[in-house]
Every structure is written in structure tokens, then in C-alpha cells.
Write a protein that binds this ligand. Structure first.
Ligand code: ATP
Ligand code: MG
Length: 333
């Protein structure tokens, strides 16, 4: 089986009630994903498009006001797909950190601010590993940190005593202690300077090679995807607009939104103004009809405001949801 993680038709919305009035924000809106084993899979998109929500859903961590209306997430465990939404709390606990890990956005939230890191690591291990005393668990922690090129001395620090970059690397170390097959990493390099960013990215690549696992990497930074993702998905207003090998996405972006994302990247020596998408993302509470990007799309034509384009394959490694490409009824008629 190639895919370690699959998502089918996810419709997961925030249900908000204020003064008796119900509003539904469609944060993950008909998402299908097939994520292969042993690679870095990138998810990109503007702020507020639903990246964090999607990672929470893939982690099967859906709590009010978030609610799954439809869809399924499947993990491939021992060569069998299991339905992540139907797991009991105990089954989820058993899979978390051993099969699937989650590094939340903002490394500080991974740690208890009033505990030394040693206590956090040991408490974490004690709740997951049976039959080992604290001495053995500490030696396991030290060994893991050294493998990742981190000094065990950091265990004597409180989270706030570390730089943002170091804290992020420690968060990665914590989330990989039990060698999970999947790591969901939410903006692990955001707010870091370039040098710290490089160290974090290098660490993630080292971890991926060492464990031969899959890292689902969420970042709005297309440069990072270009550097380390093998495949990627472009998300817009809760939907996947384009999906494929990173090479295809960068060399032949098909969706007008992806084209904007790529053309807005700076290029050394090129002084022509960078273009970004006109306008702003739509409301997730009252999304426009048809293609969600059509109000900002310079290539939109009448069908785009009437029907929703499906995400369809245009070649072996590349899918797009746009009436201008591949699937579209417009070009067939
Ligand atoms: N707890 C919540 N209650 C209500 N709405 C929420 C909640 N969390 C997120 N949202 C809304 O859901 C949408 C998607 O949010 P999400 O945090 O998933 O986006 P994101 O792509 O991760 O953004 P960013 O790049 O800024 O981290 C946004 O419109 C956001 O306002
Ligand atoms: Mg986010």
C-alpha cells in the first residue's frame, strides 16, 4: 500500500452560535488527499485558508466548535486502512505519537511553560512506554536528542529559556521520540530567522531520512515547499485547488491561484514587480457560488461562478480544480 494517510470528502466546519444565530465557517470543504509514505508532503495556502484545521482533522482531533459533517480519514496501520474517526479515545491515544504525531503551530504550545524540558520529556515517555524506569527513559531521551544533533543539556532548560529556533527543534525531537510513521507539522519555521529556519528544515529532513516516514508540512512559505516537499497541495478557502509533485507545481502551475503564489516569489536579479492575487480571500461563512477563486481570477468566465470545478487528474502526477484545465466541461463542449 502506497498511501499512509488518506482523506475522503472531508466536510469539516466551525459551527458558531452567537445570540442564538448559527453561523457555519466551511474551513475544510470537500478535501480529498492521498499522502504517500516516506516523503515530505507540503500543504500551502494563504492565511485563514484552513491549513491548521485540516491538520487537526488529519490528526482526528475534532472538537467543538469544529464538527465533521462528512468524510473520513484513514491511516494505514499494519498494511490495513483504519478509519481514524471511528477510533475510541484509548485507540487514538495508542496511535498518537507512535503512529502519528502533531507539531502545533507555535512551538511554545508544545510545552508546559512551568516545567523543565526534562520533566516534559519524561512525563511524555512515561505515559507511552511501559516497563522502563525513569533512568532508562532519560537515557532513551538523551540518545534521541544526540541522534538529532541536539545537546541533552537543553533538558535542564525551561521552554522560555530557549531561542524560538531551538524550541522548535526540541518540539520536533519530542514529537519523534516514538518514531511515528507520520508527522503533521504546522508552520514549523514561521517567525524564525533564516538561519534558524535552515536548522529546523535540515532537522526535519534528517528525521525523515532516519525514520523513512512521512512529514506533512504546512506552511504558507512556497520557498520552503520548493526546498523540501516532494509533493504538495495548494489550498484555497478550505479546498484543494491543485495537487501534484512539487516539480510539476513549480514548473507548470495550472491553477490561476497557484500561478499567483509562484509568481509572487522573489527571484534574484529579476526587478520586475511581483504579482499577487487581486482582492482578498472569500468569507468561509458565505463563500461565493461556483469556483471559490472566481471573484479574484482574471481568467474567470461565466461557468466559474455557476459550478464548482472538481479536482481532477491532468497527468499522472498532477491534479487541478479549474474549468480552464483538464477536467473542464467548457473545453469539452
Ligand atoms: N476555533 C475557531 N472557531 C471559529 N473559527 C475558527 C476557529 N479556528 C479557525 N477558525 C476559522 O477557520 C478558518 C481556517 O482557519 P485555520 O486556522 O485553519 O487557517 P490557516 O490556513 O491555518 O491560517 P494561518 O496561515 O493564519 O495559520 C479561518 O477563517 C479561521 O478564522
Ligand atoms: Mg494555521
Amino acid at each position: 500500500m502506497n498511501e499512509v494517510l488518506k482523506a475522503e470528502n472531508l466536510q469539516v466546519f466551525y459551527v458558531l452560535e452567537t445570540l442564538g444565530e448559527k453561523r457555519i465557517a466551511k474551513a475544510v470543504h470537500g478535501v480529498n488527499l492521498q499522502i504517500p509514505g516516506n516523503e515530505v508532503y507540503g500543504i500551502a495556502g494563504e492565511s485563514g485558508c484552513g491549513k491548521t484545521t485540516l491538520l487537526k482533522v488529519l490528526f482526528a482531533n475534532i472538537e467543538p466548535p469544529l464538527r465533521a459533517f462528512e468524510g473520513r480519514v484513514y491511516y494505514c496501520v499494519n498494511d490495513k486502512y483504519i478509519d481514524a474517526f471511528s477510533l475510541s479515545a484509548r485507540e487514538k491515544r495508542e496511535l498518537r505519537w507512535t503512529y502519528i504525531s502533531y507539531i502545533p503551530q507555535g512551538s511554545m504550545s508544545a510545552f508546559n511553560p512551568v516545567k523543565k524540558l526534562k520533566v516534559t520529556f519524561l512525563d511524555f515517555l512515561e505515559s507511552h512506554v511501559r516497563g522502563k524506569d525513569r533512568e532508562e527513559l532519560l537515557s532513551l531521551t538523551n540518545h534521541h536528542l544526540k541522534t538529532l544533533g541536539l545537546s541533552p543539556r537543553i533538558l535542564d532548560a525551561y521552554p522560555h529559556q530557549l531561542s524560538g529556533g531551538m524550541r522548535q527543534r526540541v518540539a520536533i525531537a519530542l514529537s519523534t521520540l516514538l518514531k511515528p510513521r507520520i508527522i503533521l507539522a504546522d508552520e514549523p519555521t514561521t517567525a524564525l530567522d533564516v538561519v534558524a529556519q535552515r536548522a529546523v528544515l535540515q532537522l526535519m529532513q534528517d528525521v525523515q531520512k532516519e525514520l523513512q516516514n512521512t512529514i506533512v508540512l504546512v506552511t504558507h512559505d512556497m520557498g520552503i515547499h520548493a526546498n523540501i516537499a516532494t509533493r504538495m497541495a495548494i489550498m484555497y478557502a478550505g479546498k484543494i485547488m491543485e495537487e501534484g509533485s512539487t516539480e510539476d507545481i513549480f514548473n507548470h502551475p495550472l491553477h490561476p491561484y497557484t500561478q499567483y503564489l509562484i509568481h509572487s516569489l522573489p527571484k534574484i536579479g529579476d526587478k520586475t514587480p511581483r504579482e499577487s492575487a487581486p482582492g482578498s480571500p472569500p468569507s468561509l461563512v458565505e463563500p461565493p457560488p461556483g469556483c471559490l477563486f472566481h471573484p479574484r481570477c482574471p481568467q474567470a468566465f461565466p461557468l466559474c461562478s455557476q459550478e464548482v470545478p472538481e479536482l481532477v487528474r491532468v497527468n499522472i502526477d498532477h491534479k487541478v480544480a479549474c474549468f480552464l484545465r483538464g477536467n473542464n466541461r467548457a473545453s469539452c463542449s
